[in-house]
Ligand binder design. Structure first.
Ligand code: MLT
Length: 312
C-alpha cells in the first residue's frame, strides 16, 4: 500500500509551488546559478520554484534547514562544494551530510578568480604573491564563512603563500563584493559567476584563475597552477538535493527537469558569459551527484585536516 501511495503521490507531483533554498545571500554566485536554472525548471514542471536565501555559517544554516524539511519534494537545496568541505570543517554539524539528503543532480562547475580591490598595488599574480607575503598581517581577505567556496580558496591561498591574512566573513560573496568594490576589504577569491562583470568593468582587479586551463573569458589571466600554486586548482561544483526520504520518483522528475533547464540555449549562453557551462545530462542525475559528493568529501578531508582549520 505504501508503494502505491508513494507512486500515486509522485505522479501528481508537483501540484504547488516549490521552494529552492540557496544557503548564501541573494545576488551572489550561488543565487545567480539557482535563479538561472529555477526559472527553466519551473517552466518544465509547470509550477513556480521560489528561491529562498538562507545565508550564514558558510552554507550550513541553509543546508540544515533543508535537512529538517518535509521530504515531499516541495523543498530543495541548491548548494556547492561547501556541502563536501563543511562535512569535515564542522565538528558539530546539525546534520549528517551523507545521510540527511537525497540527490537530484549536478548543475554546473564554476572556476574561481583571485581578486582584489581596484587600487591594490600589484599588477600581476607574481607581484600579488610577493606583496601578500610581505604585507599579510595588514591585509583583509573576505569570504562567505567557513564552508564557503571563498573560504576554501582563501585557505589554500594562505597555506600556499605561508601567510595568514585577516579574514572577514560575510553571509555570501554578494555582500562581500560590495565591500571589495568600496575598498573596505582588500582581497577575495570568488567564482566567475560573481566577478566577471566587475573584472570586465575594471572595478576590481583579477590576478589568477583556479581552473586547469586559462579561461576563454580572461585569456590574459594565468592559472594559479602555472604560477606555481599547485594546490589552487579546483572548480566549484553545484548540486541540487532534497531531504532524506523524498521519493525516488520525485528526485527523478526534478532531475529530468534540471536536464531540460541545462540544455536551454539561454542558460548555456548566460553561463558562458559568466565563465561556466551546464553539467551534462549524465551528470544532472541523482547517481552522479551522490558519487561526486562522496568523492569530494574524501578529497578534501585530508587537505582540511592538514590545514587544521575547524569550526564548532
Ligand atoms: C555565494 O553564493 O555567496 C557563494 O557561493 C559564497 C561562497 O561560497 O564563496
Amino acid at each position: 500500500a505504501l508503494t502505491f501511495t508513494t507512486a500515486a503521490y509522485a505522479q501528481d507531483y508537483p501540484n504547488r509551488q516549490i521552494t529552492m533554498v540557496v544557503p548564501f545571500s541573494a545576488g551572489g554566485p550561488t543565487d545567480t546559478v539557482a535563479r538561472l536554472v529555477a526559472e527553466k525548471m519551473s517552466a518544465d514542471l509547470g509550477q513556480q520554484i521560489v528561491v529562498e536565501n538562507v545565508g550564514g555559517a558558510g552554507g550550513t544554516l541553509g543546508a540544515g534547514q533543508v535537512a529538517k524539511a518535509e521530504a515531499d519534494g516541495y523543498t530543495v537545496l541548491l548548494h556547492h562544494i561547501g556541502m563536501a568541505t563543511s562535512a569535515t570543517l564542522y565538528r558539530n554539524l546539525a546534520y549528517d551530510t551523507l545521510n540527511a539528503f537525497e540527490y537530484v543532480g549536478l548543475v554546473t562547475e564554476v572556476p574561481m578568480v583571485v581578486t582584489a580591490r581596484k587600487d591594490f598595488e600589484p599588477t600581476d599574480f607574481a607581484g600579488f604573491m610577493d606583496y601578500v607575503k610581505a604585507h599579510g598581517d595588514e591585509l583583509t581577505l573576505a569570504n562567505a564563512g567557513i564552508g564557503a567556496a571563498s573560504h576554501l580558496c582563501g585557505m589554500l591561498l594562505m597555506q600556499a603563500l605561508e601567510t595568514p591574512l585577516v579574514t572577514v566573513p560575510y553571509k555570501g560573496t554578494g555582500p562581500a563584493m560590495t565591500d571589495l568594490l568600496g575598498g573596505q576589504t582588500d582581497i577575495m577569491c570568488d567564482q566567475t559567476t560573481n566577478t566577471t562583470q566587475q573584472i570586465k568593468g575594471g572595478t576590481i582587479k583579477a590576478y589568477a584563475v583556479t581552473s586547469p586551463e586559462r579561461l576563454k573569458l580572461f585569456p590574459d589571466l594565468p592559472t594559479a597552477k602555472e604560477s606555481g600554486l599547485e594546490t589552487l586548482e579546483f572548480g566549484i561544483w553545484h548540486g541540487i538535493y532534497t531531504p532524506k526520504g523524498t521519493p525516488a520518483a520525485i528526485n527523478e522528475r526534478l532531475s529530468k527537469s534540471l536536464q531540460v533547464a541545462l540544455a536551454d540555449e539561454g542558460v548555456i549562453k548566460a553561463m558562458a558569459d559568466l565563465g561556466t557551462a551546464p553539467s551534462s545530462a549524465e551528470d544532472a542525475t541523482p547517481a552522479a551527484l551522490k558519487a561526486k559528493l562522496e568523492a569530494e568529501i574524501a578529497r578534501w578531508k585530508p587537505v582540511i585536516e592538514a590545514a587544521g582549520v575547524y569550526a564548532d
